[in-house]
Design a protein around this ligand. Structure first.
Ligand code: AMP
Ligand code: ZN
Length: 488
């Protein structure tokens, strides 16, 4: 088994070698919890959920850390008075930590809706202020950072003077960067416009503030991720992920902080998930081109003609490779719904008694299984995996019509693998309709057993089945056509 991962640092697909045997340390930048996550944010978190699930399916023991940014992420103009949390708390007339709590709860609810697994550790920036101060102190001691008017900045030119190459992840050239930057943030405080804040002095109006060796202030956004990833995964770890738009400056700054502090690349494999667009334009709060996840699921929006089940949304996202742009539109969702239904119907048919094992197989299950796993090993290729699952869907219908045969062994393998790929790896869930069908099948089994008990004159058992179902709100009704049921 050889897993290949596209590494943004090298710009190539590389064979994955974890640092410790079979264990993987993975850090993914979490949400900034000052407003509701939109569907674009969900796509990035889902991409990494799929990667996490795949790593576990391939047998790795994963420590997955995804943070919550609940302090220090300034608005794009970098103005200290435009701290996102402080701004939102004024708007909503809430304490900043009430804003944080409100949107953290929303974030978890949304991810749960789309069946994302929780990470192993979910640290918050405000819970790691001491670690961030400690790192900032170290960077000053090593000569990579300087204090200026109560704030501390990372010295990008000094970093480059020591041959450490700022810009290596985003492949930006430092001269170009200097030429293209307007010094809006920290005017007059920085030695160079590209220097970024490790610690910011709080203005009198700034409510979220902590004590530090440099006076009262709050940490920069980039240092937060370095502090938390180092604390839980070590100075050097396997995988760091996030959306494509975080590559610069956020991840570039993380690389710089890690190398400056510890003298080594902090991350072996940098992974970047591509963007969700809607009607051809990137989904983003600031342009207004966005939809909230709940609006898509309830149908309460102006973009889509109907409501879509969360699993249909998940299926739609999984049909695109995590490194490709995905455009979501009404037609794309309708097509995904069709595909998802066909897949789920086949899974249900495979689990039913319409397909039974015979002595030989006319289909080649081992080869198919291998192709599915190969798709996963090739940089987590979910669309190719789905294409292979549809090969199996074709077989399933042919098996039900007795036009193909499958041995009992191969049937078990096919069932197991379909289950693993569909539910464990892709993280799809049966919809309400599928659950209703399952309940119906289960009740038919109980009705059959009750009839058999009655025929055998075992009235004690037949009554027990009827009474226990009734106690659960399911009433059996005997009629001329047989036994039916109603649910209360
Ligand atoms: P934020 O809360 O703004 O830090 O964003 C959380 C995550 O969502 C980051 O990894 C972003 O890269 C990602 N993200 C933002 N917009 C989109 C989009 N349109 N499509 C996919 N991911 C996005
Ligand atoms: Zn981060």
């Amino acid at each position: 088994m050889q897993l290949k991962i596209y590494n943004s640092l090298s710009g190539e697909k590389e064979i994955f070698h974890p640092i410790h045997d079979n264990s993987v340390g993975m850090y993914v930048c979490g949400p900034t919890v000052y407003s509701n996550v939109h569907l674009g944010n969900v796509r990035t978190f889902m991409s990494f959920d799929f990667i996490y699930r795949t790593l576990m399916f391939l047998g790795y023991k994963v420590r997955y850390v995804r943070n919550i940014t609940d302090a220090g992420h300034l608005t794009d103009d970098g103005n200290v008075d435009n701290d996102r949390f402080v701004k939102q708390s004024r708007l909503e007339k809430l304490e900043p930590m009430e804003v944080v709590q409100k949107y953290t709860v929303d974030f978890h609810k949304v991810l749960d809706l789309f069946n994302l697994l929780p990470p192993n550790i979910e640290p918050t920036a405000t819970g790691h202020i001491l670690e961030q101060i400690e790192l900032t102190k170290q960077l000053i001691e090593k000569g990579f950072a300087y204090e200026s008017n109560g704030s501390v900045y990372f010295d990008v030119l000094e970093y480059n003077r020591r041959g450490l190459n700022y810009g290596e992840l985003s492949r930006r050239n430092i001269e170009e960067l200097f030429a293209n930057t307007r010094d809006l943030d920290g005017q007059g405080e920085k030695k160079n416009p590209q220097d970024f804040a490790l610690w910011k002095k709080a203005s009198p109006a700034h409510i979220m503030r902590w004590n530090s060796p440099w006076g009262e202030g709050f940490p920069g956004w980039h240092i937060e991720c370095t502090a938390m990833s180092t604390k839980y995964l070590g100075e050097k770890f396997d995988i760091h992920g996030g959306g494509m738009d975080l590559k610069f400056p956020h991840h570039e700054c993380e690389v710089a902080q890690g190398k400056a502090c510890n003298g080594t690349e902090p991350v072996n494999y940098w992974m970047h998930a591509n963007m969700l667009t809607m009607n051809g334009q990137r989904m983003s709060k600031s342009t207004g081109n966005y939809i909230l996840p709940m609006e898509l699921v309830t149908g309460d929006n102006d973009f889509f003609e109907k409501a879509f089940d969360p699993s249909v949304v998940r299926f739609c996202f999984m049909q695109a490779h995590y490194r490709s742009v995905l455009d979501i539109s009404n037609d794309a969702m309708l097509a995904a719904e069709k595909g998802f239904t066909r897949l789920m119907d086949a899974v249900q048919l495979l689990e039913s008694d319409k397909i039974v094992g015979s002595t030989v197989s006319s289909i080649e299950v081992d080869g198919w299984q291998q192709r599915c796993t190969d798709a996963l090993l090739d940089d987590f290729n979910s669309p190719i995996l789905i294409a292979h699952l549809f090969e199996a869907v074709k077989w399933i219908y042919l098996l039900a019509e007795k036009k193909e045969t499958v041995s009992a062994d191969d049937l078990q393998k096919l069932k197991r693998s379909m289950h693993d790929y569909v539910f464990e790896v892709l993280g799809l869930k049966k919809t309400e309709r599928a659950n209703d069908d399952k309940l119906d099948q289960t009740l038919q089994i109980l009705i059959d057993l009750r009839n058999q008990a009655r025929q055998a004159r075992n009235f004690e058992l037949s009554d027990q089945i009827r009474d226990r179902l009734k106690a659960e709100g399911i009433e059996l009704k005997d009629g001329k056509e047989g036994t039916g049921y109603s649910l209360s």
